[in-house]
Design a protein around this ligand. Structure first.
Ligand code: NAD
Length: 232
């Protein structure tokens, strides 16, 4: 069984690659810029790493070409934020890029999966922000993740007759580089006191949920949006 993980070179994607290799998957990861990290994972885990920008349909097609015929799992994980702030201060180019990667990119990957998979499981990575809205930080990002949730529900129904399950994980605040990239490197520590479980999450805790949704144990689960947020 081959599983494609987009944005697999670091963070939640890399943790998922580690977990799925342990579970016996043949794993293909995509990366956009972090070639060195991707090559290191190739050596460490024996995965195949392919450079592919998920917002580019030709790159997405190349990624699936490289993965081969027997793709039974897709983790639609690549996603970005932009410098954070109230909507009034956000730049148009950042709004466009976040929509392009988080919505169009997620659609392009899901569409390629729908075209090529004959059965299996797709897991989309959304965010707890989809239902909280992220005021003052990134309402645009939260809205793109709500789109991912809606896509999950529709696609689950559309692809069920083909034996393809489609589910979604909504991570809460997880310790990865994404917070540095939105100019809030201390965000995991800052939000900890507001999280019912009292701490930010770790990438492995999201990987565990993704692995379950991909597994045969989730054989009757489709269209589910699974919140893994420590209770927020
Ligand atoms: P990260 O920044 O560490 O990793 C994101 C990965 O996506 C990177 O490998 C990056 O190269 C890749 N990527 C970004 N744009 C891409 C593009 N256009 N094409 C291909 N790859 C691209 O962040 P992360 O925290 O591991 O995020 C993974 C997913 O989890 C994202 O969809 C993110 O929105 C979501 N998420 C993260 C958190 C969190 O607190 N860390 C919370 C909720 C949701």
């Amino acid at each position: 069984m081959t599983t494609v993980i987009t944005g697999g070179s670091r963070g939640i994607g890399a943790a998922t690659a580690r977990r799925l290799v342990r579970d016996g998957h043949r794993v293909v990861i995509s990366y956009r810029q972090a070639a060195e990290q991707a090559r290191a994972l190739e050596r460490e885990l024996g995965v195949l790493a392919v450079r592919a920008d998920t917002s580019d349909e030709d790159d997405v097609a190349r990624l699936f070409d490289a993965a081969g015929e027997d793709v039974t799992g897709v983790v639609n994980n690549a996603g970005i934020t932009s410098p954070a702030g109230p909507l009034a201060q956000l730049r148009t180019e950042d709004l466009r890029r976040v929509v392009d990667v988080n919505v169009i990119g997620a659609f392009l990957v899901a569409r390629e999966a729908a075209r090529r998979m004959s059965s299996g499981s797709i897991v989309n990575v959304s965010s707890g922000a989809a239902t909280l809205g992220s005021p003052g930080e990134y309402v645009h990002y939260a809205a793109t993740k709500a789109a991912v949730d809606a896509m999950t529900i529709g696609l689950a129904k559309e692809l069920a007759p083909q034996g393809i399950r489609v589910n979604c994980v909504q991570p809460g605040t997880i310790r990865t580089d994404i917070h540095r990239l939105s100019n809030m490197p201390d965000r995991p520590d800052r939000v900890a006191s507001r999280v019912p479980l009292g701490r930010a999450g770790e990438a492995e805790e999201i990987a565990n949920a993704i692995a379950w949704l991909l597994s045969a144990e989730a054989s009757y689960t489709t269209g589910a949006v699974l919140r893994v947020t420590g209770g927020t």
